[in-house]
Every structure is written in structure tokens, then in C-alpha cells.
Design a protein around this ligand. Structure first.
Ligand code: GDP
Length: 189
């Protein structure tokens, strides 16, 4: 399957009526600056669809994109950005929690993005476990794989797979154009 159209709908908060309709939702979540916007851009083939920025923590709302006119990509704000106030961080974490765990929305899939070079952080693992506890259909992305030394790639992936056993782990790089088709096939299935 291919992505033939991708359109930004709008930035929303969790109680927006937009999410209440029956269009299936695929959620993207990850640490701030993990490369989530670049991943959405590379996956859809639309360069500036999700704003990419070297300034972490910029996206503070939920951005919704309509894909192939029949499902939503839901771009959640990045968690764990250190250089914001505690209230700011808590507000973002509340927003993520309400959308993923305290709403009636049934996400079709949740794409959890990890920085392959850094590996799974405590926050990433906590998020993974919470997603598991809630029975989500999880895909783990080992992102920015181009940054990992060639000789370390296998070891680094195995480490992430060890923690994320039972879920798809997809090595990915927007810069190196790695994993795009694999992820597309899993997501659009
Ligand atoms: P977001 O904050 O998670 O949405 O992350 P962005 O997509 O804005 O990217 C954050 C930073 O990571 C930017 O400086 C990007 O250029 C960089 N980045 C994103 N994807 C990749 C990748 O696949 N490889 C490398 N090496 N850098 C990346």
C-alpha cells in the first residue's frame, strides 16, 4: 500500500470532536527531538507536513493529519523535554496520557519512536510498559539508525528488541531513507 495523500487537518487538544469520529487513528509518540516530525514527513513523502525543528519541545498540541482520506496520523507532543517548566512538562504529559489512556479513542496502532543511538531511556520504557498495560498495538521505531556505527547496529537493535520483545522493531532513518517501506506496510495494514 502507498500513501497517496496526506493533509494537515488541525492542531487540537484532547477533547476535540475531530477525534470522536470513526476514522481510525495511528498515533506517533516519542521523546522530544527523537525525530518524530522528520519521520512523519518521510513516511508521507510530504516535506513540511509535520514541522521539523532543531528546537526540541516545540509542538505542544496534538497535530492531526488525514492520510489517504481514510485514516488519521495523530502526532502527539514529544515527552521529556528538559528545558521547559515543570508545569509545561506536566501539561504535555497530561495531554499524552489523556489521549492514549484516558479517552475512548481506539487507536489502531501506536508508533513509539526511540533514538537508536541513545537506546531505550527510562521514560521510553515506562511509556512502552504503559502502552502494553493498555493493550495497544505497538510498533517500536529504532530511529536515526544512520547515526549508529555500522559495527554497532546489530547490537543496538538487539538491545531494543530485548526490551520491546513481542512488538515490531523497525530500524529507521529519515536522513538515510531506511525503513520507510517497512514501516509503511506495517502502519497501513
Ligand atoms: P521531533 O522533535 O521529534 O519532531 O524531531 P525532528 O524531526 O524535529 O528532528 C529533531 C532533530 O533530529 C533535527 O535536528 C533533525 O535533523 C534530526 N533528525 C531527524 N531524523 C533524523 C534521522 O533519521 N537521522 C539523523 N541523523 N538525524 C535526524
Amino acid at each position: 500500500m502507498k500513501i497517496t495523500s496526506a493533509k494537515f487537518v488541525r492542531g487540537i487538544t484532547v477533547d476535540d470532536t475531530l477525534l470522536g469520529n470513526t476514522i481510525p487513528q495511528i498515533a506517533f509518540i516519542g521523546r522530544s527531538n527523537v525525530g518524530k516530525s522528520s519521520l512523519i514527513n518521510s513516511l508521507t513523502g510530504v516535506k513540511n507536513l509535520a514541522i521539523t525543528s532543531s528546537l526540541p519541545g516545540r509542538t505542544k498540541e496534538i497535530n492531526v493529519f488525514l492520510i489517504n482520506k481514510n485514516f488519521y496520523f495523530v502526532d502527539l507532543p514529544g515527552y521529556g523535554y528538559a528545558r521547559t517548566s515543570r508545569e509545561g512538562r506536566e501539561r504535555i504529559e497530561d495531554l499524552i496520557e489523556s489521549y492514549l489512556f484516558n479517552s475512548l479513542y481506539k487507536q489502531k496502532k501506536v508508533v513509539l519512536i526511540i533514538d537508536a543511538n541513545i537506546g531505550m531511556t527510562d521514560k521510553d520504557e515506562a511509556m512502552l510498559r504503559e502502552l502494553e498495560e493498555h493493550g495497544k498495538d505497538i510498533i517500536v521505531i529504532a530511529n536515526k539508525i544512520d547515526k549508529v556505527k555500522k559495527s554497532d547496529v546489530k547490537k543496538q537493535i538487539a538491545k531494543i528488541e530485548g526490551i520491546a520483545s513481542g512488538h515490531h522493531v523497525v530500524p529507521y532513518s529519515s536522513k538515510g531513507k531506511i525503513g520507510i517501506n517497512t514501516l509503511m506496510n506495517i502502519v497501513l495494514k
